[in-house]
Design a protein around this ligand. Structure first.
Ligand code: NAD
Ligand code: TDX
Length: 332
């Protein structure tokens, strides 16, 4: 494989994936990113410019997408509007990017025959009860809750239909909550870490009983590369690292690792329709593809992530005040 087109490669997981590919393979990478508020050019600073080129453009731009997809050997599609809270206040960019953008890429893939991998989320399955022994599997029916997760579910269904109806060469992966470097400060873990670093009290939605299944972005990247190389066409692979933790415990761990008192945070208004629990059963992916997560010590990964935000204030400080102002306007 020569050239990989990575959509959304200036965002959180996309940039982690670009670095992973450049480090572990010899491919060149073209990033297609419209540089929304969620993107950061600096996330690609350490990429070798000889092997990585950033094209600033929209995945809804048919002509541009057709040319870039046609020139690539494979497309890995991360670009999306990704934040649930934003999708509740204004769903329209979610419908546009996640649905029309994916449709535009699929049409280019259909015309050019390029290999396609679609990145999705466990949120398409809806949520589980806190005391339910079950986890999500490939058989779990789709039941998304938010405008974000419903547009991701719709994009997954488009990919599956293009496989079945047009025979495009595509795979899908649905991953659980990622954490690690380069994550926007609107998201739970970086928001709380940068709050502490900025002298702002962390903010917990409701009682903090909601459970998320955490995976390091580096493990997500290795899983995506494995599916790209070994996945069966048309298949969906669930990706997780058995990292279920409730939000209150995550927050208390952050406070402890940062040397702050356990009660130094505020309970704020809960997210409307807040999903209770996500949990991935990734057995099939591990057995079929031989992939294993490597960063399974969540506390160690959290400590590294805290250190990254401490060491990279220039990366996040310019957007911190505006992000907090947006939350304050809705009481969060
Ligand atoms: P992110 O918001 O950090 O990055 C998204 C990137 O897409 C940004 O760089 C943005 O500029 C770009 N983008 C948005 N609209 C675009 C458009 N119309 N054209 C071109 N580029 C556009 O998101 P993330 O957290 O890195 O998520 C990446 C992907 O992984 C998404 O598809 C998301 O659904 C999926 N995912 C995320 C998680 C998670 O925990 N963050 C978990 C599972 C799956
Ligand atoms: O300040 C906060 N306080 C808080 O308690 C924020 C921002 C969040 N939360 C809670 C809400 C969730 O239960 O923390 C949990 C995690 O919240 P987010 O970081 O917003 O993630 P989530 O809504 O779970 O979605 C994430 O994982 C799945 C990504 O944003 C999605 O793109 C991915 O599909």
């Amino acid at each position: 494989m020569g050239q990989i087109l990575v959509t959304g490669g200036a965002g959180f997981i996309g940039s982690n994936f670009v670095h992973h590919v450049l480090e572990h393979r010899e491919h060149s990478v073209v990033v297609l990113d419209s540089m929304t508020y969620a993107a950061n050019r600096a996330s690609l600073d350490r990429a070798d410019p000889e092997r990585c080129r950033l094209v600033e453009g929209d995945i809804c731009d048919r002509g541009l997408v057709h040319d870039l997809v046609g020139a690539a050997d494979a497309v890995v599609h991360f670009a999306a509007e990704s934040h649930n809270d934003n999708s509740l206040s204004d769903p329209s960019p979610f419908v546009r990017t996640n649905l029309i953008g994916t449709f535009t890429l699929l049409e280019a893939v259909r015309a050019t025959g390029t290999r396609f991998h679609h990145i999705s989320t466990d949120e398409v399955f809806g949520d589980l009860e806190l005391d339910d022994p079950a986890k999500f599997t490939e058989q779990t029916p789709y039941n998304p809750s938010s405008p974000y997760s419903s547009t991701k579910a719709g994009s997954d269904l488009l990919v599956r239909a293009w496989v079945r109806s047009y025979g495009i060469e595509a795979t899908l992966s649905n991953c659980s909550n990622n954490y690690g470097p380069y994550q926007h400060v609107e998201k739970f873990i970086p928001r709380q870490v940068t709050n502490v670093l900025s002298g702002i009290r962390p903010k917990l939605y409701g009682e903090g009983k909601n459970v998320r299944d955490w995976i390091h972005a580096e493990d997500h990247s290795s899983a995506v590369l494995t599916v790209l190389e070994k996945g069966r066409m048309g298949e969906t692979y669930l990706v997780g690292a058995d990292g279920e933790v409730d939000n209150l415990t995550v927050l208390r761990t952050i406070l402890r690792l940062m040397g702050r008192p356990q009660d130094e945070f505020d309970h704020v208004v809960d997210r409307p329709g807040h999903d209770l629990r996500y949990a991935i059963d990734g057995t099939r992916t591990r057995q079929e593809l031989g992939w294993e997560p490597r960063f399974t010590d969540f506390e160690a990964g959290l400590a590294d992530t805290i250190k990254w935000y401490r060491d990279h204030r220039d990366w996040w400080e310019p957007v911190k005040a505006a992000t907090e102002a947006k939350y304050a306007a809705v009481g969060q």
